[in-house]
Write a protein that binds this ligand. Structure first.
Ligand SMILES: Cc1cc2nc3c(=O)[nH]c(=O)nc-3n(C[C@H](O)[C@H](O)[C@H](O)COP(=O)(O)OP(=O)(O)OC[C@H]3O[C@@H](n4cnc5c(N)ncnc54)[C@H](O)[C@@H]3O)c2cc1C
Ligand SMILES: NC(=O)c1ccc[n+]([C@@H]2O[C@H](COP(=O)([O-])OP(=O)(O)OC[C@H]3O[C@@H](n4cnc5c(N)ncnc54)[C@H](OP(=O)(O)O)[C@@H]3O)[C@@H](O)[C@H]2O)c1
Length: 630
């Protein structure tokens, strides 16, 4: 029997489908975390994008025609981009073979040396060693699970924070919320927005505390994960010749961990040095980028990675050419060192309480509900859209204020609704374009389509560069990267999903017993991803604990429970065309039409949490079990 749907009413963000719940939360606490300049009332401070400005109760004084004209401009800019690349996601490749192989090489580690292969059995095996694996392992350890193995392609734990070391890398969610297990680790981040190296060090500290290095296997990629129905065990094979067995497997391969490249004609003929942002070559650039002082550098892409790297590159390179296809929305980053007095005053359990407060802040008060009640659905949508446009025009005004050259300022203005793309925050990004050595090459939505041995070409002009950096992003939310997953009847998970993603809670899929997915589709999506990962990790650890304590060797979600969730996802996809109205990007599958079940669960984050609780409470109804082998 499926779990009962919850009846929780939660705040919706303005530009909702398919990313309804992923606005950053306003910091819900009044606290003194802010540094030397005194106490800041954080509840008065606005995290951007501005959730207030997208509140449908808010009326505007501008004429509707003002907003309609802007929406028309948005539509034109979107259509321009869709016309340039009708191939959708096919415009990219993440299969780095042949001449592209070099873009996958890990610059952070020595080439792996031969080692004896592993032919052993563990109780729980994680594919991937990022936050998902770490926070779930911590919960499993608390439940008394000893045999835990992390198998990771990189040379250490950390995932995103192991791979992405480009200059300027930092979290864009307040670190006190983003970094998991702060209570357990007794740690307070040193900045409001922690830098990448601090986050990576936190990952390592978690692995040490929970004794995860002992069984860990690094520089190893799981290539196949196959269920043996007679043995009722998973068999995993790797690129290092290992053949491991595991009773429980957690696919924690990350939502953004396989780099992708735009397929650009002639790119392999480029004679200079090139790399992807997630494989930053510090041997070439120098740790402080000083080796770029005599280099002309080009960077392709202006997403969140580029926005953080560009100011640092601009300061270091002789010349920097930024090849832009679509500008990001770049807002102010309110960053500061943590006030030691505030950090010292925190009581044990402060992060959990903070999360609870944040969650409560996403629910409507009875007064808010009463205020909203008389507003028609159409009117709510109209007001939300208008408020969203206001927020975007505020970003435009900021660009005009900061960027001196009017043509460059115009080029940097994003013409789409806020949240069509991940909003970015960096205080040095816009000023970088005032430097004489930083050149914005605005390709007006077309992008770079040709690269010669000298450099990128746009409108018949070649831009010769010594160094070319690809800031072209990652394959998104794919379960089973580098890996083939085969469950009961030998059915490939991707083949099953070809007819539409089918899971319960985005975690369990029928026919894949004792197999759990983290960060995949059909789960809730939050601007702070660790919110969701935490819920999933707690849920998975509770499932495993339940199976162990109740002498169940396996648990397999029932087809009925899976069908219930698929229908929940479909029912909560939203009824507007907002996703299609967006400029193409990975949030809307590059503008490709998609089945309604092939995305995140948009029925609100509190509802997702309530569902995971319901599923656990009715665990015997939602799963079939097989008896213990002992
Ligand atoms: C540059 C960058 C910055 C980000 N900043 C934020 C932020 O500020 N806030 C936020 O909420 N989110 C952010 N994210 C999203 C971020 O990915 C998540 O917050 C989180 O770190 C994901 O953790 P994870 O463990 O699920 O996946 P990951 O950290 O991606 O780890 C997955 C790991 O699995 C490994 N792996 C994959 N397949 C295999 C295989 N077959 N065999 C062995 N190993 C495998 C990969 O090598 C990788 O190390 C950011 C993402 C990027 C790329
Ligand atoms: N904590 C943080 O602040 C942070 C930092 C980095 C990454 N992240 C996370 O990781 C995600 C990925 O970020 P990302 O910046 O690595 O990738 P991304 O957001 O996918 O950006 C890729 C960029 O490459 C551009 N592009 C692709 N092909 C091109 C071509 N042929 N010519 C010119 N430009 C081209 C894209 O343009 P179009 O927009 O036109 O497609 C886009 O600007 C983010 O959305 C975020 O979730 C977070």
């Amino acid at each position: 029997m499926p779990a009962k749907p919850s009846n929780i009413q939660t705040k919706r963000t303005s530009f909702s489908e398919p990313i309804r719940e992923n606005l950053p939360q306003r910091d819900p606490v009044v606290c003194r975390e802010t540094g030397k300049d005194g106490n800041h009332d954080m509840s008065q401070r606005k995290e951007t994008p501005d959730t207030h400005s997208t509140d449908p109760r808010r009326k505007t004084r501008k004429k509707q025609s003002y907003y309609d004209d802007i929406k028309e401009k948005f539509a034109g800019e979107r259509d321009l981009r869709l016309d340039y690349r009708p191939e959708g996601r096919e415009q990219y490749t993440s299969e780095f073979e042949g001449d592209l192989e070099k873009y996958a090489i890990d610059p952070n580690a020595q080439e792996s040396t031969p080692r004896p292969s592993f032919n052993d059995t563990v109780e729980v095996l994680f594919i991937g060693g990022g936050f998902s694996a770490l926070l779930t392992s911590a919960r499993l350890r608390q439940a008394g699970v000893e045999s835990i193995r992390i198998v990771e392609r990189g040379a250490d734990v950390g995932g995103t924070w192991y791979w992405n070391r480009y200059p300027g890398v930092a979290c864009d969610v307040v670190a006190y919320d983003y970094l998991p297990l702060l209570d357990e680790m007794g740690y307070v981040p040193t900045r409001h927005y922690a830098k990448g190296d601090e986050i990576y060090a936190h990952c390592q500290a978690i692995a040490r505390k929970y004794d995860l290095y002992q069984l860990g296997v690094f520089q190893t990629t799981v290539t196949s994960t196959v269920w043996d129905e007679d043995e009722e065990m998973w068999h995993l094979r790797t690129d290092r010749g290992d053949h491991m067995k595991a009773r429980f497997v957690i696919c924690a391969n990350g939502t953004l961990s396989k780099p992708k490249l735009s397929k650009i004609s002639g790119m392999t003929s480029f004679a200079g040095h090139s790399f992807h942002t997630s494989r930053w070559d510090y041997t070439y650039t120098g740790a402080d980028l000083s080796k770029l002082s005599d280099k002309v550098v080009g960077i392709i892409g202006t997403g969140a990675s580029a926005v953080q790297a560009i100011p640092r590159l601009g300061a270091a390179a002789k010349e920097l050419y930024v090849f832009q296809r679509t500008p990001s929305s770049v807002d102010i980053k309110k960053d500061w060192p943590t006030n030691p007095d505030w950090a010292g005053s925190l009581e044990p359990g402060w992060q959990a309480k903070r999360r609870e407060r944040a969650l409560r802040a996403t629910e409507f008060t009875p007064e808010q509900l009463a205020q909203r009640a008389p507003i028609s659905r159409e009117e709510k949508i109209r007001r939300q859209e208008n408020a969203n446009i206001d927020a975007m025009m505020r970003i435009h005004a900021k660009i005009d204020e900061i960027v001196k050259h009017p043509k460059t300022a115009d080029s940097l203005k994003p013409w789409y609704m806020l949240m069509c793309k991940r909003p970015c925050f960096d205080n040095d990004y816009l000023p970088a374009f005032n430097q004489p050595n930083v050149h914005l090459i605005d390709t007006h939505g077309k992008g770079i389509t040709e690269i010669t041995r000298d450099g990128p070409v746009f409108e018949d002009q070649t831009y010769p560069v010594d160094t070319l950096i690809y800031a072209t992003g990652f394959e998104v939310q794919k379960t089973g990267i580098y890996n083939q997953i085969r469950g009961e009847g030998g059915i490939d998970l991707n083949a099953k999903f070809e007819h539409g993603v089918r899971t319960m809670l985005g975690i369990h899929s029928h026919g894949y017993p004792n197999f759990f997915v983290m960060g995949g589709y059909q789960a809730s999506f939050r601007f702070n991803l660790t919110d969701v990962l935490q819920i999933q990790g707690d849920h998975i650890a509770a499932c495993i604990d339940y199976a162990r304590k109740n002498d169940h060797h396996t648990m397999n979600v029932t087809p009925e429970a899976e069908e219930w969730w698929v229908q929940e996802v479909i029912a909560n996809r939203g009824k507007t065309t907002r996703s299609e109205d967006c400029t193409p990007g990975y949030y809307n599958h590059e503008g490709e039409g998609q089945r309604r079940q092939d995305g995140n669960y948009n029925g609100s984050y509190p509802a997702y949490i309530a569902h995971t609780k319901d599923v656990l409470e009715k665990i015997e109804e939602n799963f079939s079990f097989s008896p213990s082998h002992d």
